[in-house]
Design a protein around this ligand. Structure first.
Ligand code: ADP
Ligand code: MN
Ligand code: MN
Ligand code: MN
Length: 345
């Protein structure tokens, strides 16, 4: 038997966006633990806005487990928060009730800022660095500094070791701003991986004296870009049948549900989706081929393949909850009749 260090990770009760929390317990297993071998565990919900002090116990229910390369015999355990009965989802537990579909694929592009001493990493004590231009996909100390690349490379390795589908990295448009991409099949699988990738990043940054600023517009109304979390998505039907009519019906549904999408696409998104800096205004739905100024970008490949493949919703922001984002996209898609459904109707 081996003693495993199990880091149970969950989302707290803060709104509009929950924070990640985690605590460790040691358990013995013959091999790396399978999900079904991991026990329920408890925590003090009164310290996480999830319970009153008088009756403070909440339950952690493991829903995904990943190897933790930062620890000897470590595991990262993604959890849902349950009521004391262990069966009823807690009100803060969005994951329990979202729409899921294993045939739906999601690719999230997580943008974020590294922050140190209250400003983006690499910003001078007073004022601003040279304007945006050379930083996006940039190289060299004057563009990316000396710490960021080390962090993003380590993060990449820890994610891959965990079995998280990390798909890539790039330095972003603003100084101190970066992106990583996570791909997953099914809304829960993809979003679990994104939350765990966020956790791994925040924990890794501790030893550098660096924080992650997830806010979508940390530098306010300036010429510095905000942070998004573009959501690339495709269902089985979009990939295998698709077609122009179906696509146009889908875009009508997205337009009709504009406000439902914006409601879950992350806080303060009106400050980011202004129509500037490669964004579309938050209150007007648009789409366009290869158009990075549209709400939804239609890749060239989609049109060339007979309106089949994936689309990119550019509106979700860096602080958005990937569970809620993926679920809302599936909800809107479910309202669009497919050839089979309309023939049967
Ligand atoms: P860009 O920066 O040009 O918008 P990225 O390369 O950063 O694009 O991200 C594209 C994302 O699209 C990747 O995360 C990838 O996993 C995802 N993706 C690719 N094909 C599909 C698909 N069929 N369904 C859903 N997502 C996809
Ligand atoms: Mn990208
Ligand atoms: Mn980007
Ligand atoms: Mn993108």
């Amino acid at each position: 038997m081996t003693k495993y260090k199990l880091e149970y990770v969950w989302l707290d009760g803060y709104t509009p966006t929950p924070n990640l929390r985690g605590k460790t317990q040691i358990k013995e297993f013959a091999n790396f633990p399978k999900l079904e071998e991991l026990p329920l565990w408890g925590f003090d919900g009164s310290s996480t806005l999830q319970a009153e002090g008088r009756s403070s116990d909440c339950v952690l229910k493991p829903v995904a487990v990943y190897p933790d390369a930062t620890r000897t015999n470590g595991a990262l355990v993604m959890c849902e928060v349950m009521m004391p009965d262990g069966k009823t989802p807690h009100a803060s537990n969005k994951r329990a009730t979202i729409l899921d579909d294993p045939g739906a694929w999601f690719g999230f592009e997580q943008e974020y800022f590294f922050y140190k001493d209250g400003r983006p990493l690499g910003f001078p004590t007073e004022g601003y660095p040279a304007p945006q231009g050379p930083y996006y996909t940039g190289v060299g100390y004057k563009n990316v500094g000396s710490i960021a690349r080390e962090i993003v490379e380590k993060h990449l390795d820890f994610c891959l070791a965990a079995g998280i589908n990390h798909e890539g990295i790039n330095a972003e448009v603003a100084k101190g701003q970066w992106e990583f991409q996570i791909f997953g099949k099914g809304s829960r699988t993809a979003a679990d991986q994104m939350w765990m990738a966020r956790y791994i990043m925040m924990r890794l940054c501790e030893s550098y004296g660096v924080d992650i600023e997830w806010h979508c517009k940390p530098l306010g109304d300036t010429d510095w870009n905000g942070s998004g979390m573009h959501c690339n998505f495709s269902t089985e039907y979009m990939r295998s049948v698709g077609g122009k009519d179906y696509f146009e019906a889908m875009m009508k549904a997205f337009e009709k549900n504009l406000m439902d999408h914006i409601a879950v696409y992350g806080p303060d998104n009106d400050k980011r989706l202004t129509g500037k800096h490669e964004t579309a205004p938050w209150n007007k739905f648009s789409y366009g081929v290869a158009d990075r100024g549209a709400s939804i970008r239609v890749p060239h490949s989609f049109v060339n393949n007979g309106y089949k493949g994936y689309l990119e919703d550019r509106r979700p922001n860096s602080m958005g909850d990937p569970y809620a984002i993926a679920s809302q996209i599936l909800k809107t898609i479910s309202e669009v009749p497919t050839a089979k459904k309309s023939a049967a109707a």
